[in-house]
Design a protein around this ligand. Structure first.
Ligand code: GUN
Length: 327
């Protein structure tokens, strides 16, 4: 690129939560595969709040770092809200910060939360027109459910959000043309709740009693009824990582515009190995062995065009939909 450096992504992990370690490894690997410079910071579980904030401040100031991701959950005693409030919003590649959530709520989306954005991009790629659809989001967390509802609203759906106070979750799911499950409980949504032909996006990554990785939706039975359904593993997992990398490149581009006054989209020129192919290999390797070295590759692509390509790459890795049923 014209900057003479690739986009940079810092991924911070505190402690050794087993699931987090897998997610973090996959994110770093995909970044390196895509030619994004990956800065790994692994801190002990006993790290103090002030030491963690000091690291965030240092990354905020580091010109090589365009994106900062602090993996959640944090160990007990560390306050996620304090950490988020310390990250520079222009480097918030998770899209978790109050500033970025607020912009999304006002239809002024900047860096968008990765999983919800991934759902929207998958829907677009499969030709699911969201405007006017009845959408039910199950789960109201700050990192998936709430921003998911905002994304669907932005896309013109009529949105219901289910949470612990919801009286009849089954009824809300059963009338939905589109369901997003973001609960974090294995098979929380029985397949026979799904309306025939509905689109089902399963964000859950859980272990069932036998230790097998399963989603929040009872997949086999739901797949008999749904028009579209994302698998676990392999659906929103890789899609989330693709959106993270897209955010890192978008952040790099915007920061370069600010720092160098060049036109947006002009900084990271196509160069070296195409980002897309590298990303695809990175995602294929997800959960597998082949770790790539990121070895000095230059990021290719122009930020403005990049995200659709990333989505397309991730899409190829999602199992093809079953029969498509008109909603
Ligand atoms: N924990 C679970 N999912 C995520 C994510 O997308 N980003 C971060 N930072 N932490 C998470």
């Amino acid at each position: 690129g014209r900057l003479g450096r690739p986009p940079g992504l810092a991924v911070v992990q505190v402690g050794e939560d087993a699931a987090s370690s897998i997610y973090v490894r996959n994110k770093r690997k995909a970044a390196a595969e895509a030619g994004i410079a990956s800065f790994a910071h692994d801190l002990p579980a006993a790290t103090s709040g002030s030491d963690l904030l000091a690291l965030v401040e240092q990354l905020n100031r580091d010109d090589r770092v365009d994106g900062i991701l602090v993996q959640f959950p944090l160990p007990k005693g560390l306050d996620a809200t304090h950490v988020m409030d310390a990250i520079d919003p222009s480097k918030d590649v998770d899209g978790f910060l109050a500033a970025n959530t607020g912009l999304l709520a006002q239809k002024r989306q900047a860096l968008r939360p990765c999983t919800p954005h991934g759902v929207i991009r998958l829907a677009a790629a499969y030709g699911i027109a969201l405007r006017g659809l009845r959408a039910t989001v199950v789960g109201a967390s700050n990192i998936v459910g709430r921003p998911m509802a905002l994304e669907l609203l932005l896309a013109g759906a009529t949105v219901t959000v289910c949470h612990t106070g919801t009286r009849d979750v089954q009824a809300e799911v059963a009338r939905a043309d589109l369901v997003v499950a973001a609960v974090g409980k294995p098979h929380f949504i029985p397949g026979d709740w799904i309306k025939p032909g509905a689109a089902v996006f399963d964000v859950g990554i859980n272990r069932d009693a036998a230790g097998k990785m399963v989603g929040d939706v009872e997949y086999d039975r739901a797949a008999e009824r749904a028009g579209w359904i994302t698998p676990v593993p392999g659906g929103l997992g890789p899609m989330t990582i693709a959106m993270l990398l897209a955010n890192a490149v978008q952040a790099a581009d915007r920061l370069a515009v600010l720092a160098h006054g060049v036109a947006e989209g002009a900084v990271f020129e196509p160069a070296g190995e195409p980002l897309l192919a590298a990303l695809q290999r990175g995602l294929e390797a997800e959960g597998g062995e082949g770790v790539a070295d990121g070895g000095g590759r230059v990021a290719g692509g122009v930020a403005g065009d990049l995200a659709p390509d990333l989505a397309a790459a991730a899409l190829d890795l999602v199992r093809p939909p079953k029969t498509r049923v008109a909603l």
